[in-house]
Ligand binder design. Structure first.
Ligand code: HEC
Ligand code: HEC
Length: 146
């Protein structure tokens, strides 16, 4: 009987704690504010034009994946194809006058140097991203190290 009472008490306490934390989380606003996802008059996101830079963008530190200085709207990276390699692969870069994929792209996870690009690098945009002139969503004091 006593044990049952304790369990019940623990249950009540747990429920109160959960209730409390729900109360708290309701006050946290996301970046979209308190607008419901299905709001009919929802604002369209701002559209920014992609920035390009002839000669490439400056890197913030030596081994940073360089950001993409050209348009990639027509590029496709799928399981079957990667159009970035039409210009950046070892076989094509000279002809296309494009920089060759980095030396690190030929090294496997054991540190062996491979003849071809390591497939861990297939999804280029996992590391290389285009640039937009948009104001940061949150304050950012990052400064590059050279
Ligand atoms: C039609 C050829 C072509 C295609 C396709 C292409 N690139 Fe490029 N890329 C270039 C050329 C040329 C440059 C050099 C531009 C310059 O420096 O002015 C370049 C520069 C870059 C750089 C900057 C390198 C540095 O050291 O600053 C990155 C990163 C890059 N491309 C990634 C990509 C990715 C990722 C894709 C696919 C989504 C891609 N490129 C598709 C031709 C291409
Ligand atoms: C896991 C992250 C990652 C992926 C995926 C990746 N890269 Fe890179 N890339 C880097 C880093 C880091 C560097 C700078 C170090 C170096 O040069 O190896 C770099 C450098 C480069 C450079 C400049 C090389 C130079 O000599 O200046 C080009 C061009 C490039 N990558 C293209 C690509 C393309 C195209 C793909 C997809 C086929 C790709 N990368 C996939 C991280 C990545």
């Amino acid at each position: 009987m006593r044990a049952l009472f304790k369990t019940t008490l623990a249950g009540v306490f747990l429920a109160a704690t959960i209730g409390l934390s729900f109360g708290v989380s309701a006050q946290v606003l996301s970046l979209r504010g308190d607008r419901p996802l299905d709001a009919a008059d929802d604002m369209a996101p701002d559209r920014h034009k992609q920035e390009t830079a002839s000669g490439g963008f400056e890197r913030s530190w030596k081994l940073q994946p360089p950001t993409i200085p050209h348009n990639i709207d027509n590029d496709r990276i799928t399981l079957k194809e990667n159009t970035c390699l039409n210009c950046h692969s070892e076989a094509n870069f000279k002809k296309e006058k494009a920089p060759k994929i980095g030396d690190s792209h030929f090294i496997d996870r054991e540190g062996n140097k491979l003849a071809d690009m390591n497939q861990r690098r297939h999804f280029c945009s996992q590391c290389h991203v285009p640039q937009l002139d948009a104001s940061p969503l949150v304050e950012n004091t990052f400064a590059g190290a050279k």
